[in-house]
Ligand binder design. Sequence first.
Ligand SMILES: [Zn+2]
Ligand SMILES: [Zn+2]
Length: 379
Amino acid sequence: MKNDYEYREREQALDIEGQFRFGEGKISAYCSLFLGALSLLAVLAYLYPAYLTTIELRQAYDAAFLQQFLKYGMYFSLFFGVLSFVLNGHRRLGAVGIVLTLMAFALGGYSIPVGPVEPVRLSLGVDWLILAFLGSTLVFMTLEKCFPKYRNQVILRSEWGLDLLYFCFNHLAISAILIYANYHASHFDWALSASLQESLRSTPVLLQVAVIILCADFVLYWEHRLYHEVTPLWPIHAVHHSIEQLDWLAGSRGHFIQVFSERAMVMVPLYLLGADKTALDIYVAFAALQAILIHCNLGLSFGPLKYVLVTPQFHHWHHSSEKPAIDTNYSAHTVLFDRLFGTYHMPTKHWPADYGTTVRLPRSFIGQLLYPVTRWLKK
Ligand SMILES: [Zn+2]
Ligand SMILES: [Zn+2]
């Protein structure tokens, strides 16, 4: 009986080694390293925009204006690198940050002329990677620091490097993912209805957004449920569930088959509904932010919203390996379909004590990439 389950508090020891403390040089060294790496990537994207930036994103930002940010990023990387030497901590990382920034300067720095870009079909989303990383660290890491659920969990928790690798892969592959998703949706031409699209477009934008959210959620709910409940599919999705400490970066972990199939499936209702571009843009921003938010180490209760929308507590329960939570909370946007189809699990006073899968997965990127194959061969 679910009601008889005895919930426990999660035990999370303080990781003193992984902590960031002021005055030790570690914060400066990491800031220098990340700003240096992002600056170098940005300079490469300015040099080869056709191959290293995405058409969809290029239309949304002003590349010449962003060079001002690049300028500050490069100088701050140098400043933090030097500071790590002054504070005498993690100097090697600080030195790497300085070297990466100097390479960025040598390649042209922040004054590479910006001109029209000859579009190529398949490119790497370096611009998407940089902007998403900066935006996410700024917004979600600040939220996690202000309202943490697990105060003892550190930014550099175990396996953060692995999840950063997933983050990079998912963002760099954005063009390939979109090409595949659009190709997949084009198979549903037979279901297009001009009158349905017209009547949706005649409604207010916010109503259109609500319709998109519900239709996308329905598709995502069933796609997610199949990954859990169809035995041969589970090893693919298990990669996402192998995370044992959730935070803003953890949600990036996912087998590439799942990443591609999820976007391809959700593209079908978006394609068929044919809503206004504004409504679609609002949905895409909402979905992207919510996907990160629900994995965050965030103790906010969200008040009555938690009975309507998928929140961190709701999705943390989805990641729990505790019995009453297994195969529950599949929804991505609202809790509606879990309520309707009997998979809702939300003991509002409790959070999971255990996260992850009942059978532990390999802990490396390659091991997880091959995990579905090794499981299929074992059968
Ligand atoms: Zn799942
Ligand atoms: Zn998740």
